[in-house]
Design a protein around this ligand. Structure first.
Ligand code: TMP
Ligand code: ASP
Length: 239
């Protein structure tokens, strides 16, 4: 496959066109942002970890019957994905209270939710990615009620599989963000699954092993990304 013009540069990835009309070429960057781009920095070799980890997680989920955009890992920083028409929504899955939910409901981070919480956000940095619901999505033409139902169903399946896998790695899956898109009318899981988009805590020590180390200036950011990837890789290999 041939890489052609860059179509889009996001905060963490560049998307290129290819000579295959069904595929995009993705390049993962080391750039890190938080708080909708307000905080900016670099996490050395993050692009390598996130590229390899996303490829590994998507492949693992495919093996569990979940359809994703992943096609092929090319090298340290690049992969081929299915060309999706992305829905401008983020689906956040929460097992444990942290981050914005902690602030919103006044519960301490670490409170174990009695059941999984699913939230929808409208992807727009200039608006700070506001939380919305499925009736907004339908009314604004972002996704139909049925499509939101499908995304939620897939998100819960992802959660079952991810929680089992992270448990094997001694990691608590606190919360994470998923994005979906359509190809030929069908919904696929897209974007990435990495320490940028998930909260991972060491189950024993409760140490944060994700982008919160960057957001909150906790130090040892690179080390956390490497640690989480190597533990999950071992869990996948032994699964
Ligand atoms: P939050 O607690 O800030 O709402 O974040 C919930 C989860 O979603 C957390 O794992 C981080 C992830 N996330 C993203 O991947 N991108 C985003 O823009 C935001 C706000 C959160
Ligand atoms: N990805 C978002 C941003 O750039 C938010 C975050 O991950 O905290 O700014």
């Amino acid at each position: 496959m041939q890489k052609s013009a860059m179509l889009y540069e996001g905060k963490a990835k560049k998307i290129y066109d290819t000579d295959d009309q069904n595929c995009f070429w993705v390049e993962y960057k080391d750039d890190a942002t938080a708080f909708n781009g307000v905080k900016k920095g670099t996490i050395v070799d993050k692009g390598i970890i996130n590229n390899k980890m996303s490829a590994m997680m998507f492949k693992y989920l495919e093996g569990k019957g979940i359809e994703t955009h992943f096609v092929e890992l090319l090298n340290d920083r690049e992969q081929i994905v299915r060309r999706l028409d992305m829905m401008p929504l983020e689906v956040v899955v929460r097992n444990i209270v942290a981050g914005s939910l902690s602030k919103r409901v006044g519960k301490d981070e670490g409170y174990v939710l009695a059941s999984t919480v699913l939230e929808l956000y409208y992807k727009d940095d200039s608006l700070g990615d506001p939380m919305v619901n499925e009736t907004h999505a339908q009314a604004m033409g972002w996704a139909s009620i049925e499509e939101v139902e499908t995304m939620k169903k897939i998100a819960l399946r992802v959660n079952e599989e991810m929680a089992k896998l992270t448990a094997k790695a001694g990691i608590t899956l606190v919360d994470y963000k998923l994005e979906f898109g359509k190809a030929n009318g069908k919904i696929f899981l897209g974007d990435e699954i990495s320490p940028d988009t998930c909260r991972f805590w060491d189950t024993e020590t409760k140490e944060k092993l994700d982008k919160d180390r960057f957001r909150r200036d906790l130090g040892k950011v690179e080390e956390a990304y490497v640690e989480v990837y190597s533990r999950l890789k071992e869990a996948v290999e032994n699964a």
